[in-house]
Design a protein around this ligand. Structure first.
Ligand SMILES: [Zn+2]
Length: 164
């Protein structure tokens, strides 16, 4: 990994500049996703430049720390004024699509609520939809009423995957 590639990595840059970091532990940090699918959508990101989940050393504290961070971040989301977060993002949107998504959050059924559930996981590899090649774990809150039939959850990442 050359320095040039590291310079271009969005998540390395965001941590270096502490842009909108909401949670920080020894090996990981978290931030609200600026392309939110539901209110409170967060990314948990290793401070070290790691592309894949498979690049983490499973015996290392980096991995075990993650066990603690996932529930801690879920609790933090529930305590956060999410309207304030998206209003702040809307003052300085990074992209038109980000502006639209943050605006949608302000009228979302879940904006004033604690999450009723959540989906969390990783798009591991480009075939699974990864677009930023620095590992990140999505925490995506779910709220009753955010879709007609939530049954199947993450299976719906594949069209029709909720029908079984
Ligand atoms: Zn990186």
């Amino acid at each position: 990994m050359g320095d040039k590639e590291l310079d271009e990595c969005l998540f390395c840059k965001i941590y270096k500049e502490r842009i909108d970091v909401i949670y920080e532990a020894k090996y990981w940090y978290a931030r609200f996703d600026k392309f939110p699918k539901t209110p409170g959508h967060v990314e948990i990101i290793p401070k070290r430049h790691v592309v894949s989940l498979l690049d983490l050393d499973l015996r290392a504290p980096e991995w075990t720390e993650l066990y603690h961070i996932i529930p801690a971040v879920i609790k933090l989301i529930n305590k956060t004024d999410l309207k304030e977060v998206y209003r702040r993002f809307l003052k300085n949107p990074i992209k038109e699509s980000s502006r639209q998504m943050c605006e949608q959050m302000l009228t979302h059924v879940g904006i004033d609520k604690k999450m009723d559930g959540c989906i969390w996981g990783v798009n591991e590899g480009e075939a699974a939809g990864r677009t930023i090649h620095h590992l990140h774990i999505h925490i995506m809150p779910r709220y009753w009423g955010d879709e007609d039939n939530p049954r199947g959850g993450i299976r719906k990442a594949i069209p029709g995957g909720g029908d079984y």
